[in-house]
Design a protein around this ligand. Structure first.
Ligand code: NAG
Ligand code: NAG
Length: 243
């Protein structure tokens, strides 16, 4: 028999100290969402990786001061290895439950929640793209998204990895693809290009492919600040894959 008093107390406690994060898989394929908590952040009551069927919705609570990343992985198989190669894209150290950030390319939802001030969130394509996704909320703050599938038309030198049929399931940023000199790179904003002034969008190869298709996503290290969105209303968030 359920102890209702305990249930009610837990419910009120959760409402008082947390937000609800809902993850929706609207893709036609299975995904393995993953979470990485930023250093020093408190952690959600959800494992750092799980399997999610097409059309399945999963909700959990995250602390009001949570700072971390959420992304999706494709074609995972943890029977042979538990590492970055366990998934065709978006893989991490640790296997099903990630202990590292994503291996590029991966479309990443980034969050910095703060109950006393304001939340910041964005969709990052800094390492490239693997799955379309959007970040919406229930308090009318702006949507961050890359809802377009950038894989089919990905420029050849950025495309990959590829599925068994030879179709790209990822599209790397010029930085992640290693174009140019990696230690002094206008694509990666490194070396003499390490400041916003010396690393303009115009110097980032293929920037317009990502930004033109996904204008509200964050497409390189010093992309326009407006792509990192503030929200003061302490909303619940929904991350939808293939919105
Ligand atoms: C939240 O914002 C307040 C006020 O700016 C700041 O003091 C605090 O460190 C922030 N907390 C987090 C977790 O970022
Ligand atoms: C990967 O981790 C899972 C869960 O801990 C385990 O069942 C599986 O055997 C591991 N796979 C390998 C190849 O070690």
């Amino acid at each position: 028999m359920v102890n209702f008093r305990v249930l009610i107390q837990l419910t009120f406690t959760a409402v008082a100290v947390a937000r609800t994060l809902t993850v929706v898989n609207s893709c036609s394929y299975m995904i393995w969402p993953a979470i990485f908590n930023n250093a020093g952040s408190s952690t959600p009551n959800q494992p750092a990786g799980w399997q999610q069927d097409p059309q399945e919705t999963i909700s959990f609570s995250v602390p009001d001061d949570w700072a971390g990343q959420l992304w999706g992985r494709r074609d995972c198989d943890f029977s042979a290895t538990n590492g970055t190669n366990s998934c065709l894209d978006g893989g991490c150290d640790g296997g099903l439950e990630c202990t590292s950030t994503a291996t590029p390319p991966a479309t990443i939802a980034e969050f910095e929640l703060n109950i006393s001030q304001q939340d910041f969130y964005d969709v990052s394509l800094v390492g490239g793209f693997n799955i379309p996704l959007s970040v919406t909320n229930n308090k009318g703050c702006a949507t961050a998204s890359c809802p377009v599938d950038l894989n089919p038309d990905c420029p050849a030198e950025l495309a990959g990895p590829f599925d068994a049929s030879g179709n790209p399931v990822g599209c790397k940023s010029a930085c992640a693809a290693g174009l140019g000199d990696p230690v002094n790179s206008p694509n990666c904003c490194t070396g003499t290009h390490s400041t916003p002034a010396t690393c303009p969008a115009s110097g980032v190869e293929y920037y317009s492919y990502f930004k033109g298709n996904c204008p509200t996503a964050y497409a390189f290290a010093y992309d326009t600040p407006t792509t990192t969105l503030p929200c003061t209303s302490q909303p619940d968030y929904t991350v939808t894959f293939c919105p």
